[in-house]
Design a protein around this ligand. Sequence first.
Ligand code: TXA
Ligand code: MG
Length: 338
Amino acid sequence: MRTLLLHDDPADIRRAADLIQAGQLVAFPTETVYGLGANALDEDAVRSIFAAKGRPADNPLIVHISNIAMLANLAAELPDIALRLAQRFWPGPLTIVLPKHRSVPLVTSGGLQTVGIRMPAHPAARALIQRSGCPIAAPSANRSGKPSPTTAAHVMDDMKGRISAVLDGGICEGGVESTVICLDDAETIHLLRPGLISAEDLRPYAKQVYIDEAVYKQLAPDVKAASPGMKYKHYAPKAKILPVDAPDHAAFSDWVQAHAEKGCWCLLFDSDPEVPGVPSMRYGDDGKTQAHYLFLRFRELDAAGAKTVYVRMPGQTGAGLSVYNRLMRAAGFEVITV
Ligand code: TXA
Ligand code: MG
């Protein structure tokens, strides 16, 4: 299959929408990462998303909408709290898991009776949905297990020859995938996957925000994940990722120098000095910047031939929790503490 590279202009968005209507797969930009889209209500089209990614069939897809009215045919119920969150955070990087409407195929929801829905903020994404005239199911546009792509070139690296088109909307601002929540009751927001909309941002909208244990640690094999995606090892580059929890840069640097081998790199904060004798890349000082760069750096480290990467540990508050979670998952939740 030839994969077309389309541009973010009205004519190409029209072509992309025609492909979606015809049951084809089109990767498109969002404010978080690139998505691999198909008509969410077309079972065959959705099946081909799973095939193109090599994604397990029990890992549900997020359904993307371009206006709130589209919820009526996707969610069987819309609790007050969900409506308030949608009004405050959409369009934006918040996915809300709701009881699914019968019109949503079980293939899309990974066999669940719930469906994750979000309205992306990227104008090209919303234009594509609007022009396609249907909700668009889209996981991140990487091959299963790889870091999510934040540029059209990264989508091509993973998906060329497997999908009909990539709509190039430039580099994604956010860099990590959306915050995923469900509502345990009228007063509890359950954070399933952290993103740029943080637990702190959600707190004013509920009596409590409960952070799922899968955010912090590997679930035991016999535990049922509240969000199926969280049980899979994920986001991992080819290089071995080793987060180092050190009290400061000097302690980090000493430890890395003492353990450096051939092919070893470090991923530092912007404000860190170099680690003598060890090549490095940087990913920012604050959570938001680190989120923007993390997956980009993973792919660049692979391209540079890194074998092992010692990473300075991000914070765990605000947007930092999303960076911490992706890093931990790339590392299989193993941390070096010095
Ligand atoms: O930012 C994003 O969310 C990107 C862009 C393309 O929108 N999409 C994305 O999709 O990251 P994906 O498929 O890579 O991740 C979806 C996550 C998975 O962890 C999945 O298990 C969870 O959302 N999810 C989806 N529907 C769910 C549901 N009904 N119940 C629980 N978790 C759900
Ligand atoms: Mg993904």
